[in-house]
Write a protein that binds this ligand. Sequence first.
Ligand code: FES
Ligand code: FES
Length: 153
Amino acid sequence: MKVSINGKEYLVEAAGNPSLLEVLRDQLNLTGTKYGCGEGACGACKVLINDTPLPACITPLTSVVGKKIVTIEGLERQGELHPVQKVFLDEDVFQCGFCASGMIISAVALLERKPEAGVQELISGLNGNICRCCTYPAIIDALSKLSQKKAEQ
Ligand code: FES
Ligand code: FES
């Protein structure tokens, strides 16, 4: 089966009806996308599917054929991190970092839709992403800096 991931076409094994997450991690070695709960509840495995952040753990491979998938590995452009990645690094928001990939994917989609999102919009936009280290305040502060910058431009 052919799938489009980070702008590249991959031929992957569809036997056993794997989830998109299994294909990313086990077949393509794209291990930036994490396995957390395995049931669509924690957001650790989120990827962009046609620009919408969705949990890859409950997304069957067969449902993404012909769609555009972007993982955390696909966010940088010519060696430059995405602004969301940069601000999270600059502000040193994470502790263990396990939630980072899914959090970044959700934040990228949110700010794409709403570049000047306010604090409440950021909080509700990231509602489906769990951080076990409870770094939420630092995450929201960092994203607020980005959206405020946008608002001032
Ligand atoms: S591992 Fe997919 S949502 Fe938790
Ligand atoms: S930084 Fe540890 S789960 Fe978020």
